[in-house]
Unconditional design. Sequence first.
Length: 317
Amino acid sequence: MVFSFVEKIIACPGFFDNMTRKNFLQRAAVKMGGKTVKSKILLRVIPTVAVGLIVMAAVIFNFVKGEFEQQIIESSMNNANEVGEGVSEWLDKRLLETAETASTYGAKTANIELMNRNNVYRYELMGNKYPGVYDSVSFGLMDNSGILYGYNKNGKITMRNADKAWYKAVMSGVNGDNWASSPVISASTGKIIFNSIAVAKNDAGQPTVMILAAIYVQSVMDKVQAFKLGEKGYSLLVSKEGVYIVNPDEEAIMHKNISEEDDAAVVELGNRMLSGSSGVYHYTSTAGDKMIAFYTPIKSTGWGMATVATKTNFSRR
């Protein structure tokens, strides 16, 4: 309407002698209320474009951030699985030694003289190959007497274990022919050990002797403790019963079960660690910290491992 009115005025004869209608429209008619039409358009368009750019930037930032965090999570889960598999492989080799001993002629025939000589050979061989790992090696007849004939750094030893849970499990056959006992604290050394156990059978398939190796867990503990995410991260290792083998709280090691924790979220983490599967667990601690845990099984023994970090510390990696 404004433009039509102006055009009618300048169409009158003699209006603006020195200015053509075209020039007038180009200079003056576009100025309305001190602002050009272009300015008015820009004032309306620029805020919309700016908001759109901000929204787009936020969407892109969140997408990139989410992708980056997902990459870190996947990488950390892979690392946890690698550590767990490495520990399981190490333990598998300890189980293999007793299984191979159980396949020898002396074990199959329950030849005590041969088995005593084999104890010396086994202990020296394992001591040279894995220094500081083997506490003792031994064997016992499958006669429910509880007597084991062994060898350690002090020479020949005789042990009586009829009251031990693992001995009863061997005699019952409940765990099969080759397995690892739950860790215990050695009465003689004060260190944590477990027994690698195998059952020898004769040609008729009848059990003849049990083969054992008492092994220190420290090598496994060192591997697990060395794996952590960030400065404040830490790792956990529990036996198949849930007893702590590795914990930043040293008083909890071999004295506390993860199921006894006051924090229900940590109890749930323990359930996941012993589920036999790997995964990522997000939870909030009783202190209010946002936590992330990567758990994985130790398949050879049924133990469970996890590495834990605060999300803040984890995202800074």
